[in-house]
Design a protein. Structure first.
Length: 187
């Protein structure tokens, strides 16, 4: 039998509660209770609620990065991989527990300059670098500009999917991304 550590239990509880209900509305008492750990254990392991939020976002980021990276392996050409990002995003949106971008939600509630805001900025930088790199591989002219435009579509799709409780914005974003690529490829 494998027993989970207090850290693992606390992170699992934080992941569930923060993602479903929001960072500010969920207190450390609820997380500790859900995890079957004391509040003292939470502070011993993480030091602060903010550090727990950052750890939760780190777990989410690793999961998202792995899902996208592994998902891209099923696409054959650089253009298919670039557009495939939006298909993979649509798979996230279609999950029954999809509740929007955890980074956007957490940073919206965070203080300016906080570690949570930094975690959101780091995640956004990863998404931008991914899209820019895929644009370069697809020989899209000015991949930096294309990456910024594609990132805007990626973000907009996530916000719309959450606001409308509808996964279809990923399909709309993919169609817009294809049009953007075609426009950039046309001399």
């Amino acid at each position: 039998m494998h027993s989970t550590s207090a850290r693992e239990r606390l992170l699992a509880a934080a992941d569930e509660l923060f993602y479903r209900e929001g960072v500010q509305t969920v207190g450390v008492d609820r997380i500790s209770k859900r995890a079957g750990a004391s509040k003292k254990s939470l502070y011993t392991v993480f030091g602060s609620k903010e550090a727990l939020v950052v750890a939760y976002l780190d777990v989410r980021r690793t999961s998202i990065e792995q899902a996208i990276t592994q998902g891209l392996a099923r696409f054959n050409t650089p253009r298919e991989r670039l557009l495939g990002v939006f298909e993979i995003q649509g798979e996230f949106f279609a999950a029954p527990d999809y509740n929007g971008c955890p980074f956007l939600a957490a940073s919206a509630e965070a203080a300016h300059g906080s570690l949570v805001e930094r975690a959101h900025a780091d995640y956004r930088a990863w998404v931008r670098a991914l899209l820019t790199g895929l644009a370069a591989e697809a020989d899209v002219p000015d991949p930096e500009a294309a990456g910024r435009e594609l990132h805007l579509l990626y973000d907009a799709a996530a916000v719309a999917a959450r606001a409308d409780h509808d996964p279809s914005p990923a399909t709309v974003a993919r169609t817009a991304a294809a049009a953007l690529l075609d426009r950039r490829q046309t001399p």
